[in-house]
Each structure stands twice: as C-alpha cells, then as structure tokens.
Design a binder for this molecule. Structure first.
Ligand code: GAR
Length: 215
C-alpha cells in the first residue's frame, strides 16, 4: 500500500498511522501528506516522519475545484494507491473519489450513522447534547455522500456524567488512534473487501474487536 494522508489540523491521527507503520504494525509506505491549510500540526507530523508534506491552501487557487485538482495531481505524482483522511475538513470532489474507488478511508468521531456531518468537535458536542450514553468513532470508506460510505470499523466509548466536550473528545481520540491503523491494515493485507455497499473483513482480529473492554 502506497498511502497518502490528507489532514487539516493537528494531525494526531496521521501521527498514529505513521507510528504504526514505523512499528511494522501496518505494512504501508507513506508517500505524502496533503493539507488544505498552511502552518498546521499535520505538516510537522509529516516532517518528523520524513514524509513529503504538501500545503494546498484555498487562497492559492481560483476555485475549490482547482484546489482539489492540484491535490489529485499531488496524490498521483506521489504514487499513492490508497488515501486516509485524517481530520480533513473539506468534502472531496467526486473526481477525487472516482480516482480512488473504495480506496479512500475517513475517520469520524461518532458511531455513524449517528451524528454524521460536521468536523470535530461538532459530532462530540451533538452527542453530549443528545444525552446518549455511548458514542465512539467510525472508520468508513469515502463515497460521494458525506459520512455515509461503507463502515469498516467502529469503537464504542462511554459518555460519563461529568463529561465535557474536551473530556469526551479525548476518550474518543484514544480509540481513533487504535482503530484507524487497524482498519488500514485490513486493506493493506487484503483482508477487507467492499461488496454491495458493505465492508467484509476476513480477519479474526476484526472479530476480537467486539466486545472490547470499556476504556
Ligand atoms: C479527529 O477527532 C477526527 O475524528 C475528526 O477530526 C479530528 C482530527 O484530529 N474528523 C472529523 O470530524 C471528520 N468529520 P487530528 O487532526 O488530531 O487527527
């Protein structure tokens, strides 16, 4: 797997993925980190792992489409054959999704389809407001429909009575860092396949995921 990361913020999920690669827990070659913003932590994460980082800010392009055309050029020039969105806050244009069919994953800080849409901390805030007792995170395949692609893996996280958005987000993030490298591994080793809008994983590891000890 020649893996490209796309991120917009501090890049803790990008770091978790790159750390898993360094520890040989994920057999992938990180070929690029692309961000739609300048001066974000994700670029430092890329640099510290010797991964080429590319900032593609909106202001340098006449339109969002032109900006994403540049991103696609960078993806293709890097040799990427798989893409992980790791806190990427723009909606991918259909031409990028079509260039990597079933080859782009995203992580979202809720148990989809609950609390779809919006960037962190909106889904966590909405979960708190709804008063749910369990929330979590989801890794899913990216399709043209926002946060609605086939689900690869989920981790459940309890909502505690005194939780704030920050404390809940931290508890979810811990699970994100565990879940995302695992989900990528199933695509890297060929144990995941996407069929009729569902993901099937041919790995005992995926069965062992649930139930998992409450964090
Ligand atoms: C993560 O919580 C991720 O699930 C969320 O953004 C955060 C990025 O943190 N993604 C979304 O909200 C996608 N809609 P990071 O930059 O530290 O990885």
């Amino acid at each position: 797997m020649n893996l490209a990361l796309m991120a917009s913020g501090r890049g803790s999920n990008a770091a978790a993925i790159l750390d898993a690669i360094d520890r040989h827990e994920l057999d992938a070659r990180p070929v690029a980190l692309i961000t739609n913003r300048e001066n974000v932590g994700a670029l430092d994460v890329a640099e510290s792992h010797n991964v080429p980082g590319h900032a593609v800010p909106r202001r340098a392009f006449p339109s969002r489409t032109a900006q994403q055309q540049r991103m696609l050029e960078l993806l293709q020039a890097s040799g990427a054959d798989f893409v992980a969105l790791a806190g990427f806050d723009a909606i991918l244009r259909p031409f990028i999704v079509a260039a990597y069919p079933n080859r782009i994953l995203n992580i979202h800080p809720s148990l989809l389809p609950a609390f779809a849409g919006g960037m962190a901390p909106v889904p966590q805030t909405n979960a708190l407001h709804a008063g749910v007792k369990i929330t979590g995170c989801t890794v899913h395949v990216v399709t043209e429909e926002l946060d609605a692609g086939p689900i690869v893996a989920q981790a459940a996280v309890p909502v505690r009575p005194n939780d704030t958005v920050d404390s809940l987000s931290d508890r979810i993030l811990e699970q994100e860092h565990r879940l995302y490298p695992l989900a990528l591994r199933w695509f890297a080793d060929g144990s995941a396949r996407v069929e009729n809008g569902h993901v099937y994983i041919d790995s005992e590891e995926s069965q062992a995921l649930w139930p998992h000890p409450a964090p």
